[in-house]
Design a binder for this molecule. Structure first.
Ligand code: XMP
Length: 314
């Protein structure tokens, strides 16, 4: 049985010996990077700088959420706003793997500047076991390149520290609970963010649309779970499809966007079953999305398991 208390005690001791200079970590507000940051902060205090890069590809309210979280956890941190840089790098790009590479590279460029400024010698990453397994760590073929395992350390000449690399998600969550980090029950969110939930080119207009639609999906599903209509799924979100379809607005024909709603049950993301969401909740999602976003004329629900589909649409 995994024991979070002895894991933390042992790890903090190891980290104190391992890190004898300044360190930097990119935090996303997700469980993995936050737990890694708190562990290293326990070991070396303010010699660790936590950096949150606002790519502009975040969910609604995410930057404010992370800002509060890092402040409450007492970390030494900085928020870097870089939406313009990411959007111009992504202009005209439609291929999902190219999007991931561009986002990964832009991320490295932004992060590198901060690391140089603060004189870091160590790079902390919140890599966990499934990340490197799914990224072709020798055990599986590469399915999607997960940018958080990308070329950061080699390029930056930093020593890599990965305190969670042997843990699985449920173990990381138990460490988070033990450390009192309020991120333990958050759903996973992909590094490339909303960019892989806009099929085709990423534009500011589409980002605003999917950000709003996604927040409606999250709110209505969470409300449905609170009202006892359903269990909260493992992951649930909206996807903007590259097809337009005909609809009516008043007595006029409209030609609008299609939003797909995706919700799945899973343990570790490797396999998944689509969630059997009650129709009452699905209907509220659909009505709210089309009322709030008149550019959307159709909302569909994804009924596919993984395999054969993946959880994300790109
Ligand atoms: P798929 O779509 O491959 O997703 O079934 C499995 C899990 O991984 C997340 N995911 C990503 N996470 N960078 C990430 O950090 C990525 O590029 C990426 N692609 C997928 C996905 O949200 C799901 O939890």
């Amino acid at each position: 049985m995994f024991d979070p208390a002895s894991f933390v005690e042992e790890k903090v001791g190891e980290l104190q010996k391992e890190i004898d200079g300044r360190a930097i970590i990119a935090v996303s507000g997700g469980v993995d990077s936050t737990v890694a940051a708190v562990l290293v902060n326990r070991a070396i205090g303010d010699r660790l700088l936590a950096v949150f890069v606002d790519t502009g590809l975040m969910r609604k309210g995410e930057t404010e959420y992370v800002d509060n979280l890092l402040r409450e956890l007492g970390l030494n941190y900085r928020i870097v706003r870089a939406e313009g840089e990411f959007l111009s790098a992504l202009r005209g790009v439609t291929d999902p793997e190219r999007k991931r590479k561009i986002i990964g590279n832009t991320f490295v460029e932004v992060f590198e500047r901060v690391a140089e400024e603060c004189g870091a010698e160590y790079l902390v990453q919140g890599t966990i076991a499934p990340d490197w397994i799914e990224s072709g760590g020798g055990l599986r073929d590469t399915i999607k390149s997960h940018h958080n395992v990308g070329g950061l350390p080699e390029r930056m000449n930093l020593k890599l520290v990965e305190p969670l690399k042997d843990l699985y998600k449920d173990e990381v969550r138990s460490v988070a609970r033990y450390l009192g980090i309020p991120v333990a029950e958050r759903q996973p969110f992909p590094g490339p963010g909303l960019a892989v939930r806009i099929l085709g080119e990423v534009t500011k207009e589409k980002l605003e649309l999917i950000r709003e639609a996604n927040s409606i999906v999250e709110e209505e599903i969470e409300r449905g779970a609170e009202r006892g209509l359903m269990e909260r799924p493992w992951q649930y979100f909206a996807v903007l499809l590259p097809v337009k379809s005909v609809g009516v607005h008043g007595d006029k024909r409209a030609y609008g966007y299609t939003v797909a709603v995706r919700a799945v049950e899973s343990v570790d993301g490797m396999t998944a079953a689509y969630s059997k969401i009650p129709h009452e909740v699905l209907e509220r999602i659909s009505v709210r999305i089309t009322n709030t976003l008149p550019q959307v004329t159709r909302v569909v629900y994804d009924l596919t398991n993984k395999p054969p589909a993946t959880i994300e649409w790109e």
